[in-house]
Design a protein around this ligand. Structure first.
Ligand SMILES: Nc1nc2c(ncn2[C@@H]2O[C@H](COP(=O)(O)OP(=O)(O)OP(=O)(O)O)[C@@H](O)[C@H]2O)c(=O)[nH]1
Ligand SMILES: [Mg+2]
Length: 293
């Protein structure tokens, strides 16, 4: 008898969802950043042992949508919630207290799947504060997903609540995403690491070409920005910034691809892409239907 199911990790931006996914799967699948709103779409991680298979969905942080990209991000989280057999609601306990998930996710009604509350970043809390949380939220798991504290307990709770089912994916799979996706995400992570303030938020990555049979592997990626001023920043003086973004990203993707990579980077202006439905679609972000039934 095996258990298997879809487990969706949700929470506010920066709660530590992607860090937790990586820790659970034991691979760096999702990009992580101290800046909020780093995850923009669903990321899948698969964790299989002899008797269970957990298909994890990492999601964009839940926020009040201000423009089209935010609506696409909220929609991705809502879909992952609808697909879930179990939801892990992750709260950064060092900054926040749990709030109502239905309202936070902008849902018309409570999700069908059971919700497991997990209080994260407890490594930042005093013993007294942890005890207070334990008393107030007796069913919540206390975690420090970054360091791995409490992760076994969370896994045990998840496994106990998975439906009985045959495995959904081959036992050796750790994700369902293709290499292209990881290349685009790691490039965006490098942008989050190297650039300040608003710049990373205006960057979207498109992989235009991916030739795996050549040596080195040839990848052409476009960094789309919203304005000329952002383009200048991304290129940097004498091309210094784009060069270092390329170097950093190659360092991350070459172990994944297993071969040397020639990463051909371009920066283009796609005016106001975050607010434009056609641009978002082209970049692979799915907006909710305009008039939901
Ligand atoms: N102290 C501490 N920091 C953590 C922990 N987990 C994650 N972090 C840090 O919190 C920041 C955000 O982590 P992410 O995993 O990117 O958070 P997220 O919820 O995926 O964020 P979005 O994708 O923007 O919604 C990073 O700087 C992490 O290193 C933890 O258990 N303790
Ligand atoms: Mg994330």
């Amino acid at each position: 008898m095996t258990r298997a199911g879809f487990v969706t990790i949700v929470g506010k931006p920066n709660a530590g969802k992607s860090t937790l996914l990586n820790r659970l799967v034991g691979e760096r699948l999702a990009i992580v950043s101290p800046k909020p709103q780093s995850t923009r779409d669903r990321v899948v991680g698969i964790l299989t042992d002899e008797s269970s298979q957990i298909v994890l969905f990492d999601t964009p942080g839940l926020l009040e949508p201000r423009f089209a990209l935010h609506r696409a991000m909220q929609h991705a989280a809502q879909k992952a919630i609808a697909d879930a057999d179990l939801i892990v609601h992750l709260v950064d306990a060092s900054e926040d207290v749990p709030t109502d998930l239905t309202a936070l996710a902008g849902l018309p009604q409570a999700p069908k799947a059971p919700v497991l509350l997990a209080l994260n970043k407890v490594d930042r809390l005093s013993a007294a504060r942890r005890a207070e949380f334990a008393e107030r939220y007796p069913l919540a798991v206390q975690l420090a997903g970054g360091a791995g504290q409490g992760v076994d307990e969370l896994l045990a709770s998840i496994r106990a609540q998975l439906p009985e089912s045959p495995f959904l994916y081959p036992e050796d799979d750790v994700s369902t995403q293709h290499l292209r996706f990881f290349v685009a995400e790691f490039l965006r992570e490098s942008v989050l690491e190297q650039l300040e303030d608003e710049v990373p938020y205006g960057v979207a990555v498109e992989i235009e070409e991916f030739r795996e049979t050549t040596d080195p592997v040839y990848i052409r990626a476009v960094l789309h920005v919203e304005r000329d001023s952002q383009k200048r920043i991304l290129i940097g003086a004498g091309g210094s910034r784009i060069k270092s973004l390329g170097q950093e990203t190659r360092r991350k993707i070459e172990p994944l691809i297993g071969k040397p990579v020639f990463l051909d980077l371009w920066v283009k202006v796609l005016g106001n892409w975050r607010r434009n439905a056609a641009s978002l679609e082209r970049l692979g972000y799915k907006l909710p239907p305009a008039n939901p039934a």
